[in-house]
Design a protein around this ligand. Structure first.
Ligand SMILES: [Zn+2]
Length: 218
């Protein structure tokens, strides 16, 4: 038996979102192409979009404000959905800040601004999925330090060009990544830039499985 893998690559344009369907055991690499770009990460169980990655349930499970290599992200039903398998970035990610949405931009003085919430709905619609819920995302590469007094700062992302996070699927799921369009505070540096997704699918060579009975007779 031989373990093979197939790989798919998908660009997430600056300010846009993309959805991918992955199976348990698949690996999804989220790449910060130019560096300094936040990626809002959402994940929904393929079997039921009512079950989704929940940052607050994850903080309860891991006992930490920030994710680290080896941590499992869990759903609102407290089941593992993704594991943070690898991280080549400085490791600065956020699990506290809500996805940006039209109202967030209106409060900052701009009407009709694209948002991660709108990107989520649009990306899910591409797969024929609809949900009213905008879960608290895991904000990859987002740099929101918490002071000793508990206050937050919105600082530029410190990820470098080519840095990436690799997630392993713990269940069949739909993952949405939004290259955050925020350009009214410094979280994305000078300007929003693209992300990229690489999916690696390990699978067993089915022709060899069919050949097993023949081999065992020898
Ligand atoms: Zn955003």
């Amino acid at each position: 038996m031989k373990l093979r893998s197939t790989t798919g690559y998908l660009e997430v344009p600056a300010g846009a979102g993309r959805a991918v369907q992955i199976c348990r055991g698949d690996r999804l690499q989220v790449i910060d192409v130019d560096g300094g770009q936040v990626g809002d990460l959402f994940a929904f169980a393929t079997a039921d979009v009512g079950e989704y990655l929940s940052a607050s349930h994850t903080r309860t499970a891991t006992g930490s404000l920030f994710p680290q290599i080896g941590d499992q992200f869990v759903t609102n039903r407290r089941r593992p959905i993704l594991t943070l398998a690898e991280d080549t970035s400085p490791g600065t990610h956020d699990m506290l800040i809500a996805a940006c949405d039209p109202e967030r931009y209106r409060k900052l003085g701009v009407d009709d601004h694209n948002s991660c919430a709108a990107n989520l709905q649009a990306a899910l619609a591409e797969l024929g999925l609809v949900t009213d819920v905008v879960p608290q995302p895991v904000n990859l590469f987002m740099n929101i330090p918490v002071s000793a007094e508990g206050t937050l700062s919105w600082l530029p992302a410190v990820s470098r060009s080519g840095d990436s996070v690799t997630l392993e699927a713990e269940m069949d799921c739909v993952v949405v990544v939004s290259a955050c369009p925020m350009d009214l505070n410094p979280i994305n540096g000078d300007r929003p830039t693209p992300l990229a997704l690489r999916i690696t699918t390990p699978h067993i060579d089915t022709e060899e499985i069919r050949a097993w009975p023949t081999h065992t007779r020898h």
